[in-house]
Ligand binder design. Sequence first.
Ligand code: THU
Length: 536
Amino acid sequence: MKRVFIIVLDSFGIGELPDAADYGDQGSDTLGAVKKSPFFQMENMKRLGLFQIEGCGKDRDPGQPVPVFQGAVARMEEQSRGKDTTIGHWEIAGVVSEAPLPVFPEGFPEELLERLRERTGRGILCNRPYSGTEVIRDYGREHLRTGDLIVYTSADSVLQIAAHEDLVPPELLYQYCQAAREICQGPWGVGRIIARPFIGSWPDFTRTANRHDFSLEPPAPTMLDLLKEAGKTVISVGKIVDIFAGRGITEYVRTENNADGIEKTLKYMEKDFEGLCFTNLVDFDMLYGHRNDRDGYAKALAYFDSMLPRLEAAMRDEDILIITADHGCDPDTPSTDHSREYTPLIVTGKQCLKGVNLGTRQSFADIAASVLDYLGVKQNCRGVSFYPQIRALNVERLAETAIQARQQSYAPYSHFCVGAALLSEEGEVYSGCNVENAAYGPSVCAERTAFVKAVSEGKRRFRAIAIAGGPQGDQPSDYCAPCGVCRQVMEEFCGPDFLIILAKSRTDYQIRTLKELLPEGFGPGSLGSRKESAVK
Ligand code: THU
């Protein structure tokens, strides 16, 4: 029973995107800011590879080898124009937004208000950005006297309607909001219409718990829709159900806070289902990011980190856990608004390789593509699946084959013995060893021996190679990285995520990608006009 759990750490950005300046967010780095707090503690996320993500390892000594980590990681770039929760989550679910959701700092246009008056038969008061408590104090009496609705907005993409429960019962207010939702589409398509009922008398009006949100529906099918159509279970924990206007969700629970969200996710881990459980932990953003509370943010992250081992322990063999974010909200910048940042991707589970760095991915939508790929659902939303790169392969068997191949090494001159085991896309393994020559020059490395064998048998696409090399002796004494010429041969036949396993023994190895060992390589694509190699 295949299950994917996505946990969105709301606003946990990891550094400015290249276009951050267009959003006034130059230099924003949420992780960088919270890391300075004395309460910052993310040992488990570190173990999974948080600080191996591009741009997150500023404290890594470039001379030192990459530490071993247990997840598959990447840095995620946002393609959508925007930095809000809705657009970020939609992109995670495979929908890229070309324009940000509209905001109305000057109030809503007259044409929109006129249509709202027609639909509700009531006049409109305020029509400006306003604080929710002040707006009822300042307009509540006029509202009660005239019956007009209090319509206001904020810095966010929202249209809010406040009304006294004695004059407009909540059910009627919801109908008005539904009408507003139908009017507010296209260029007026605000993220949310919010019903804000209140009670009492001036100056002690108070808002009631009957608040209700009417979200904009995603403009295209999301991975949630595709999963639901395919008969999978799609569970929302927290505000996911609102972000997607309920679409594509088969079951939902709301949450009180992060701790509750984590507990409810753990509860779902105990249940049998096939599909997706999508959790949003909003406290990072709502309680700490927007309030520029760096220590509070750090403590909330430390709490999540301390719960990670429980989440990992509750996972079953066919579960994949994805931890990511929807945007940034740097608590150290003067702005209390979201920030345009990269987000982290951490993937773990028995079906996934450990210690793989996928570099920087071009869109959050790669998550949707990968989830659909793993769950075997036809994809027609944006994004490129990274699942083929992290799909579990038998690393130990490949390492063992390389170690055995090393025994055939012919190295009478250097006494440095190397074995390699190359895995083709089709699943065959080709082994090789180094073969030296008295004339030195004609010597061939183990990796190239394996490549030549495989290519001469018609193979052209490869997933991984294990390399075991070191001075003559039973076991290699260290990790042996491929020489420059072998890296160049890999560039010819392999994509940037080709895995290079440096094996000291069957169980002691480190994984690199070709992109890490040969950045900006010269490949078949470099000769023609096409940028990409024929095999990438
Ligand atoms: N060697 C390999 O087989 N692969 C490598 O990636 C590094 C070097 C061999 C070539 C030569 O026979 C010996 O190691 C010493 O350089």
